[in-house]
Design a protein around this ligand. Structure first.
Ligand SMILES: [Zn+2]
Ligand SMILES: [Zn+2]
Length: 359
């Protein structure tokens, strides 16, 4: 089992919508900070011709689709790899998801749960159409969305504006819970997004570009496990990225707590070894193995419930039960434990292959 681990920064806006930098500049910044894959998703505009290799960074173009904010602030959808403009369909989330699928693309619900603090100057934009079918996953952790939720009072707003690292803690617990519920019926893939705009935040006389693109590119990443090394051909390499996202061969890292490179989660059943995004039928006992590049508190979850926990560099656990296994890793910063890594699951089906795992 050999994979090529690549660091992706997902969900970035340019001057084509409400961002403040152009494609070339963003590619250069991403290249500067060692981002392997930069995925641009502007609001309701698709500029696929900008895709390509820029130095060591592969720039891919998707789209963040939704009804214009003036009409309704809800249901933002990230369309990745669909290859064409789909903004005429924004009024109907199901038709939009169907259209993304028909074009071989991936549909992810963007910041599906939001909380907006009184000082954030931004509305909450939630996913409300949970009856939709056929989407591939969700943006489990959105950096900007989380940040604005902590701006509820003046003192923390000032503090977090100066030291944003104090604010960031992890995905919303209710969204983790909802994801666990969704995983009960299907493999929905989790990604992390920065939602970078490069905007300057104003608070009275304070004016601060705390969320410059470069800052965000070093903050929340989605690591991808690719089947092949880069070929140098942007279309081929883009397909490798989308294949990893489709499969769930990905984990989300809050890089400010340490690089997540080398994180590993496997299940060994007999002679077979499975990893993130794999599904297999239970065959007796299996050995679950988690390894992290820095000391952390590691939690192994089965169907959303913690079944093993330790502190250190690895966790090993023998298990037999079918179900959805996933991992969370936490590290401390400023007196508080914060989410560092959240993995996509390994799913162990029941012997008859029914989609609903046992508990
Ligand atoms: Zn959005
Ligand atoms: Zn966005």
């Amino acid at each position: 089992m050999v994979f090529y681990e690549r660091v992706g920064v997902l969900h970035v806006h340019t001057t084509l919508s409400d961002g403040t930098a152009e494609y070339d500049e963003l590619a250069r910044l991403a290249n500067d900070v060692g981002v392997d894959v930069l995925l641009i998703t502007d609001h309701n505009v698709y500029a696929g011709e900008r895709e390509g290799w820029y130095g060591n960074t592969l720039l891919l173009v998707g789209e963040e689709l939704h009804e214009p904010a003036a009409k309704r602030a809800q249901n933002h959808l990230l369309a990745l790899g669909a290859g064409e403009e789909l903004n005429v369909l924004v009024s109907d989330p199901q038709r939009l998801i169907d259209a993304v699928r028909q074009r071989g693309g991936l549909a992810f619900l963007a910041h599906p749960v939001e909380h907006s603090g009184a000082f954030s100057q931004e509305p909450e934009i939630n996913w409300v159409s949970w009856e939709v079918r056929g989407f591939h996953g969700l943006e489990l952790w959105n950096y900007m969305s989380e940040f604005k939720s902590h701006l509820s009072e003046l003192a923390p707003t000032l503090l977090y504006t100066l030291w944003p690292k104090l604010a960031i803690r992890g995905p919303y617990p209710e969204l983790l819970h909802r994801w666990d519920g969704l995983l009960d019926r299907h493999k929905f893939v989790a990604i992390g997004g920065v939602d970078a705009h490069g905007t300057v935040y104003r608070l009275g006389p304070l004016r601060r570009a705390i969320f410059g693109y470069k800052h965000l590119f070093r903050s929340l990443t989605t690591h991808l496990l690719l089947d092949e090394d880069w070929s140098g051909d942007a279309a081929h390499d883009g397909a490798l990225v989308y294949a990893a996202l489709r499969q769930g061969r990905a984990f989300v890292v809050y890089e400010r707590l340490g690089s997540g490179k080398g994180f590993c989660f496997t299940a060994q059943a007999g002679r077979e070894i499975y990893t993130l995004g794999d599904e297999f039928v239970a065959k007796g006992s299996m050995r679950l193995h988690v390894r992290v590049p820095k000391r952390a508190r590691l939690r192994l979850l089965l169907n959303g419930h913690c079944i093993a926990e330790t502190r250190g560099l690895e966790l090993v656990h023998e298990a037999r039960a079918p179900g959805v296994y996933r991992v969370e890793a936490y590290r401390r910063y400023a007196l508080r434990e914060r989410m560092w890594i959240v993995s996509n699951p390994i799913i162990v089906r029941t012997i008859d292959g029914t989609p609903k795992p046992g508990t």
